[in-house]
Write a protein that binds this ligand. Structure first.
Ligand SMILES: *[C@@H]1O[C@H](CO)[C@@H](O)[C@H](O)[C@H]1NC(C)=O
Length: 261
């Protein structure tokens, strides 16, 4: 069984029974050939040991990292306690914008003194019952964020967006970011991937329309300055303090912006 596995993974093992040849006393092989065969056998055994634990295990991990659907929306859910510390009372009325918003809204609704709404920029066709319920109650809306959001100015104390701005070109960002700031009163939080963190699976490209574009932190900061969005220094400081205290290190870029005054 074990040898069969080796045979199937190492193509130079085609010569059938040769690992046994050196052990055969009546072998007609030359001594040199025996030594070579023993060495080959040893290489095979080592190779097998590696294929059992190291090499294939490693491959599997790499594959799942590629398929693992890197997500700042998940990161945001992990960050909720830190956001609560940083934003305190401003977490009372939260709007989340991004894919899988149902899961974020459900999680926020479990927090004390937090009301939550969501905007799902893509379809919810494969949504579960809980999500359909949230959509039915109007808590979660499906809306194209390239267009004005269906809310009045300052409808929410805090707006949090994740995994959504990466799919917008600067032209649409110019419309969408001010919209997010418009409907918030105490701030806007952006969770976005670092360059090199690739997310979109091929199957998702049709859903999002274009591949995600991960922008660098300097790109974003320049963009905020250009579009007159100010970073929320107080929130940045509190978020960093809370994160340090809880040894939380976000695997996404997190930006804190002021709402319009
Ligand atoms: C976005 O807005 C900024 C500031 O108003 C402007 O400088 C920039 O050219 C705009 N970008 C696009 C692609 O429209």
């Amino acid at each position: 069984m074990a040898r069969r596995q080796v045979n199937s993974t190492r193509r130079f093992v085609d010569s059938g029974s040769f690992p046994f040849a050196p052990l055969h006393p009546k072998s007609h092989s030359s001594p040199l050939l025996s030594v070579v065969l023993v060495l080959l056998g040893a290489i095979l055994l080592i190779g097998y040991a590696y294929s059992g634990s190291g090499v294939f295990g490693g491959d599997k991990e790499a594959v799942s990292r590629v398929e693992g659907d890197f997500s700042c929306t998940l990161e945001l859910q992990r960050a909720i306690p830190i956001l609560k510390k940083a934003y305190g009372d401003s977490m009372r009325k939260v709007l989340h914008v991004g894919p899988d918003t149902c899961s974020v809204v459900s999680k926020l609704l479990k927090e004390e003194e937090t009301e939550a709404w969501g905007v799902e920029p893509y379809d919810v066709e494969d949504a579960d019952g809980n999500c359909r319920h949230l959509v039915h109650k109007g808590i979660v809306r499906v809306a194209d964020i390239k267009f004005p959001l269906p809310y009045r100015a300052k409808s929410f104390s805090l707006v949090i967006v994740s995994d959504a701005l990466e799919y917008l070109s600067p032209k649409y960002l110019n419309k969408t970011l001010p919209e997010l700031a418009r409907v918030s009163s105490d701030g806007l939080v952006i969770f976005t991937g670092y360059p090199g963190q690739q997310r979109a699976k091929v199957a998702e490209l049709s859903k999002f329309g274009r591949p995600a574009k991960m922008r660098s932190s300097s790109w974003w900061i320049r963009y905020f300055v250009q579009t007159s969005l100010e970073e929320n220094e107080a929130a940045i400081k509190k978020f960093e303090q809370a994160a340090t205290k809880k040894s939380y290190k976000p695997s996404c870029q997190v930006f804190h912006l002021n709402s319009y005054h």
